[in-house]
Design a protein around this ligand. Structure first.
Ligand SMILES: [Zn+2]
Length: 397
């Protein structure tokens, strides 16, 4: 990608800290910004000045902090429309896209079927999808420089290469280069669960947390962790994989080759296969299995309970090791929350240790737009120097 396209907006630590806090938390006074960043008020004013001149920040009308308090203050706020970001999620048969503003608010969405799952076909389709999205409003076309792509697999974000995606059958694909050629935008590629975690940590339930975990449940069990304000990568690119925590050494064989992983017991594929076996009905769909469970059919109902138990134990293990302040559980299988929620919460409560058990676990569905928004959140990060801390981890002074 061209160096001009990818140049960060902020590089100085003070500017980085001020912009990150305002993006994540909304309007703050200079006094509050100084308190939170450890900078002096003068340094905050100096850091904000170029961002105000550039149209990224503005001063809200003066407000008094309390009746009779001294001089009124002008809080600083982000101008959400100053720049737009396209986020794309590539799945096995569809490409989802969203235009988001600076604070990751979704402004437009689009979706297209992906007929051939090759990198070239996907890149061409993303090119068309991005055009469609940017044509929705002239402000999008003029104000967008960055595209963020979220997809399954082992992704090297620095080089924009998909090292391996089992689901898509890709290996060593220079996706960022292909997509920059197709769109003219600066492209960041990230694993989809990690991108979703970035969105949630910067702009969702994880705002303000230094330690945070996100778990997705569906045809696979995915997870990503934030430790000390940063996404955890691990020395070998693998860390915090709750799907492959062993909860039953004598359990079924997992895709990874081990036995009794959370994913081998609790993925929707595993649930579906078992209930088909138990009911001797190989044609059952997942929706039908959910229906059987809701109707109280023991084979289906107990199978969901077992899956929920495995997920709860896996998350408790993760929580005991990392001690996050909050865990969000999401994914397509959360639609079956009525079947999974109770066993997940019960097993979690039974296995979380000591103070770690105070970490709240929230479950909620995951609309496809949120996957695309994850891509946009990763694109927003391109405004910052690589490895910049998030708002929660900021102290500069
Ligand atoms: Zn496994």
């Amino acid at each position: 990608m061209s160096s001009n396209l990818s140049r960060p907006l902020v590089t100085a630590p003070a500017e980085t800290a001020v912009l990150a806090l305002l993006l994540a938390e909304g309007p703050l006074s200079r006094v509050e910004l100084a308190r939170r960043t450890g900078l002096s008020s003068t340094a905050v004013t100096k850091a904000a000045r170029p961002l105000i001149d550039d149209g990224y920040l503005y001063e809200l009308p003066p407000e008094r902090t309390a009746p009779g308090a001294g001089r009124p203050v002008n809080p600083l706020a982000v101008v959400p429309d100053r720049e737009f970001f396209v986020g794309v999620k590539i799945s096995i048969d569809q490409v989802f896209g969203a235009v988001c503003d600076l604070r990751a608010g979704i402004r437009a969405t689009a979706v297209r079927p992906l007929d051939a799952c090759t990198p070239e076909a996907a890149a061409a389709l993303v090119g068309e999808l991005v055009d469609e999205l940017l044509d929705a409003d002239p402000a999008f076309r003029d104000g967008t420089r960055h595209l963020g792509v979220a997809m399954n697999g082992d992704v090297d974000r620095d080089s924009g290469t998909v090292r391996r995606s089992g689901l898509l059958g890709w290996r060593d694909v220079p996706l960022a280069d292909l997509l920059t050629a197709a769109t003219g935008l600066a492209v960041t590629v990230e694993n989809d669960v990690r991108a979703l975690t970035v969105a949630e940590h910067w702009f969702g339930e994880g705002v303000g947390t230094g330690y945070f975990a996100l778990v997705t449940i569906g045809s696979g069990i995915g997870s990503a962790l934030v430790v000390n304000g940063r996404l955890l990568t691990g020395a070998y690119g693998v860390a915090g994989e709750v799907g492959h925590i062993c909860v039953d050494p004598a359990g079924p064989r997992c895709r990874c080759g081990a036995h009794g992983c959370v994913e081998a017991i609790a993925s929707t594929d595993a649930i579906l296969a078992d209930v088909r076996d138990l009911t001797a009905n190989p044609d059952l769909t997942l929706d039908e299995v959910v229906g059987l469970a809701r109707d109280g059919r023991p084979a289906a109902r107990e199978r969901f309970a077992r899956a929920g138990h495995a997920i709860g134990v896996g998350i408790a293990t993760l929580v005991n090791v990392i001690g996050p302040e909050r865990v969000v559980v999401s994914g397509e299988a959360v639609d079956a929350y009525d079947l999974l929620g109770r066993p997940i919460q019960d097993a979690y409560a039974a296995h979380a240790f000591g103070a770690a058990s105070r970490c709240p676990l929230s479950l909620r569905p995951l609309p496809w737009e949120d996957w695309a928004r994850g891509g946009a959140a990763v694109a927003i990060q391109a405004l910052f120097p690589q490895d910049a801390p998030t708002a929660a981890a900021i102290t500069v002074g």
